[in-house]
Design a binder for this molecule. Structure first.
Ligand code: SAM
Length: 242
């Protein structure tokens, strides 16, 4: 019997009741996670705001994180920490996903670039909030898995590709927002060029063994760049030949 058939056979051994209970457990865990993130609040929110935007929290409440983690990590799918996804990479901590999403202030018509598709989770959260997400991943098996997963889950406003996200995705730019989910040594000039006037980029900057800071990079209507340091973070490095 092939592995897929074995897994299917094992799942069939679960009664409909047990499978329903598991589904309820995931939903309850997801809601508890959203409450925890809401209570944790946001670092230095924009003027007039006292925490994460409710639509951002609602998106986290809708995206089934357990669909984005390896089977071996299912029990921890709704814990508020990063998890391994293979190839030395991670799915980011949910709090950090909320923070990065909130910082780019997503609007329903926005076109957003993500650098570092990984599992596809951050792209899925963004997809609930904006018009279209373009996402680039440099590791081929992760790019293939995320594309199949997002497609299978019906995220038809996400387009992915294999490539070096340092260079962005010029054909679909300029972007209203850019979310970089791997730490760069500097803000890549091609990403600044692909940000619309009035656009926002969040990017962790710093070395693998040095302190990294999450930066919010804003481009004014006249093209001026203003950078704000948000908080210390720890991300896997942005790789590639650039
Ligand atoms: N956003 C992901 C998610 O929701 O699962 C988590 C991303 S993980 C922290 C960082 C990802 O960036 C990894 O999958 C890594 O392979 C990818 N990456 C690293 N350097 C890259 C580059 N130059 N271009 C595109 N992706 C890159």
């Amino acid at each position: 019997m092939r592995t897929g058939s074995l897994i299917l056979a094992a799942l069939c051994l679960l009664s409909p009741q047990a499978m329903g209970d598991t589904e309820k457990d995931f939903t309850a865990a997801r809601m508890a996670l959203v409450d925890e993130i809401r209570a944790q609040g946001q670092y230095d929110p924009p003027p007039g705001r006292h925490g994460f935007a409710e639509p951002v929290l609602a998106a986290l409440g809708e995206v089934r994180r357990h669909e984005f983690v390896p089977r071996s990590q299912l029990r921890e799918a709704y814990d508020n920490h990063p998890l391994p996804i293979g190839h030395g990479q991670t799915i980011s901590q949910p709090y950090i996903v909320a923070l990065m999403t909130d910082l780019v202030d997503p609007e329903p018509d926005d076109v957003v670039l993500e650098v570092g598709t990984g599992s596809g989770y951050q792209a899925a959260v963004l997809a609930k909030l904006v018009g279209h997400v373009y996402s680039v991943e440099i590791i081929e098996p992760l790019a293939d898995q995320a594309a199949a997963r997002l497609d299978g889950l019906g995220y038809d406003n996400v387009t992915t590709k294999l490539g070096d996200g340092y260079y962005g995705w010029e054909a679909h730019g300029p972007f209203d927002a850019i979310v970089v989910t791997a730490a760069a040594s500097h803000v890549p000039p091609p990403l600044i060029a692909q940000l619309k006037p009035g656009g926002r980029m969040v990017i962790p900057v710093g070395g693998r063994f040095a302190v990294q800071y999450l930066l919010l990079v804003e481009k004014s209507g006249s093209g001026e760049i203003v950078t704000r340091q948000i908080t210390a973070v720890r991300f896997v490095p942005l790789t590639g030949e650039h």
